[in-house]
Design a protein around this ligand. Structure first.
Ligand code: AGP
Length: 611
């Protein structure tokens, strides 16, 4: 999704801007651009559709000490050079913008009446004209931005420069993350710290309503009431180590294979001999867990699928658990029972719908807010009472893999902590807790074993590459695993994939089944296996082609219409984590055969920071 970087320094900053844009590529985008105040004091604007390397090629002759740059993920107006940011007005002012301006139509109308010419279809262009309008009426750059944001409805992270004042960048935030990176006699703005890894360690996070006046040596921040405020200086722990492919063809493949390490690190320090430890979850974890009698989980996409798996664990352990998609939760009324813990799950910690749901929930009487997150320096982590980090390491592929399995591990540990309270058990737990802890410890080696299915999955993937549609089936906690498998396949191979609880097949989707429709199923050896087998028979009876990941002892075997890959026996609690792996590998290898852009699939973004 859109990314911002800006720089003011005593050196040429064009390469800093280009490098920062490359570091923001993982978020997903369709065009890029930059505006630099060049050595003649002129505003030099370059924009291009496609990858940042295309922009880099047309920027070799630009030099300057002050500039802003942007990767755009189209919302208003198609991906095109004229819609790419920065946007300018009268060749005086340039703006980069993340977010959506909701009253852009009325502003556009009044600006047209004032004679401002429009060159894009974006909602952003009204911002730059409005700033220009206020400057033409005598306001300096800071005041012009202040006046403008007062007239905007919607979400924005803004970077603004003007050739009339080449000593500053103005940054403004409302609902779209923005931070200030602090260097030595040089300062930066960025939508996330990964853009600034080589140039700044220290940074300040702007809060909603803040406007920052950033020069090379000073940062002055004003809050919503325009009062000067200090924001905490933080130290970033991000490094470049996690951003190389290490010989893999794609980040997604690397991240699938990193799951053994990612899970090991997520468990690190959190397990005692026979129990899940609570202290490592945070100083206030114990009292937050004590107050939690039921759970409400909010998330989007893959993180939502993780929540749906966890609901089976929580409810099996006697804890009421409700799960909802963030974008739906935000727009309805809620009845909140006493002692309900509000949990958000997010890999990036920047998903706008999840963040907005959390802000809304704060006024609704939940006992506390807890976030399960993979990004320590993220907005959700900062805004929650307690954050439990999944230590998956940076995930770059747009399709979430290691973040999902580490979320599941974290949710299972959380479920165990709350189970003790629900069932009045001691801190050392009981037989079931001991069993789960043992299984969690051996999870990395079980994942390794599941990764060993890759060669067989490569062979299986050939049956999918020329298909238009696919069905995924699962039952119980493996129904959301089927949903996650379908999500992976559709997002990176562009094959239409739908998941059903296998028992639902006969209520409609069975009508789709024929020899052209591959049906993928996950069949662990659990109490629902018999039921699932009957559902698979329903598919076979209609001439359907089955591709089943089945427990070796399930009694399900390959024949003419059924391809079975056997999975080693696995404990029921951790089975959903293990059965995720072959589905990730299947989608990866199908996408590889189709030649899609696996790490940056079309139309998608890694970090979804708009509604
Ligand atoms: C997963 O493969 C997706 N690309 C997407 O569904 C993602 O999980 C969703 O946008 C939520 O992101 P978050 O976990 O960073 O909040």
């Amino acid at each position: 999704m859109c990314g911002i970087i800006g720089a003011i320094a005593n050196r040429d900053i064009t390469s800093v801007l280009i490098d920062g844009l490359k570091r923001l590529e993982y978020r997903g985008y369709d065009s890029a651009g930059l505006a630099v105040i060049d050595s003649d004091g002129e505003l030099d604007l370059r924009r291009s559709v496609g990858r940042v390397v295309a922009l880099e090629k047309i920027c070799s002759d630009i030099h300057g000490h002050l500039g802003i740059a942007h990767t755009r993920w189209a919302t208003h107006g198609r991906p095109a050079e004229n819609n790419a940011h920065p946007h300018t007005s009268s060749h005086q002012v340039a703006v980069v913008h993340n977010g959506i301006i909701e009253n852009h139509e009325s502003l556009r109308q009044s600006q047209k009446e004032m004679g401002f010419p429009f060159s894009s279809e974006t909602d952003t262009e009204v911002i730059v004209h409005q700033i220009d309008h206020h400057m033409q009426n005598g306001a300096d750059l800071l005041c012009a931005v202040q006046n403008t944001v007062d007239e905007l409805n919607g979400a924005y992270g803004l970077g603004v420069v003007s050739k009339q004042d080449t000593s500053r960048i103005i940054a403004a935030r409302n609902g779209s993350p923005l931070l200030i990176g602090l260097g030595e006699d040089e300062n930066f703005i960025a939508s996330d710290m990964s853009a600034l890894i080589p140039v700044a360690k220290q940074y300040m996070v702007l809060e909603d309503g803040d406007i920052a006046d950033v020069t090379g040596t000073t940062v002055d921040i004003y809050d919503r009431d325009r009062k000067p405020v200090q924001r905490k200086v933080l130290v970033s722990s991000l490094s470049d180590d996690e951003t190389s492919l290490d010989g893999y063809a794609h980040f997604m493949k690397k991240e699938i294979h990193e799951q053994t390490r990612a899970i090991t690190e997520t468990l690190e320090g959190r397990l005692g001999a026979n129990s899940v430890l609570e202290i490592p979850f945070g100083e206030n974890a114990k009292e937050i867990f004590d107050a939690a009698r039921e759970i409400k989980i909010i998330a989007c996409g893959t993180s939502y699928n993780a929540a749906c798996v966890a609901r089976y664990w929580f409810e099996e352990f006697g804890i009421r658990c409700d799960v909802e998609i963030a974008s739906e939760y935000r727009y309805r009324k809620h009845v909140v029972n006493d002692g309900t813990l509000f949990v958000t799950i997010s890999q990036s910690g920047e998903t706008l719908d999840t963040m907005a749901a959390l802000e809304m929930a704060k006024g609704l009487g939940y006992s506390n807010t807890l976030c399960i997150c993979n990004a320590p320096e993220s907005s959700l982590a900062r805004a929650s009472d307690l954050t439990i980090f999944t230590h998956a390491g940076r995930e770059i592929g747009v399709a979430s893999t290691k973040a999902f399995t580490t979320q599941l591990v974290t949710l299972l540990m959380l479920a165990i902590c709350l189970r003790r309270r629900a069932l009045n058990l001691s801190a050392e737990g009981d037989k079931i807790e001991h069993e789960i802890v043992l299984e969690l410890r051996s999870l990395p080696s079980q994942i390794e074993h599941a990764l060993g299915l890759e060669d067989d999955i490569i062979a299986m993937s050939k049956h999918f590459a020329d298909r238009q549609h696919t069905l995924f089936l699962g039952r119980g906690a493996h129904y959301p695993i089927a949903v996650e498998g379908a999500l992976k396949l559709k997002e990176i191979s562009y094959i239409h994939a739908e998941a059903y609880a296998a028992g639902e097949l006969k209520h409609g989707p069975l009508a789709l089944v024929d020899a052209d429709m591959p049906v993928v199923a996950v069949a662990p050896n659990n109490e629902l296996l018999g039921k699932l087998k009957s559902n698979l028979e329903e598919v076979r009876a209609r001439g359907g082609r089955l591709f089943v990941f089945a427990d070796i002892d399930s009694g399900i075997h390959s024949d003419d219409d059924t391809h079975v890959l056997h999975v080693a026996p696995v404990n029921n609690y951790i089975a959903p984590i293990i059965y995720t792996i072959p589905l990730q590998l299947l989608s990866y290898h199908v996408a590889l055969l189709k030649g899609t852009d696996i790490d940056k699939p079309r139309n998608l973004a890694k970090s979804v920071t708009v509604e």
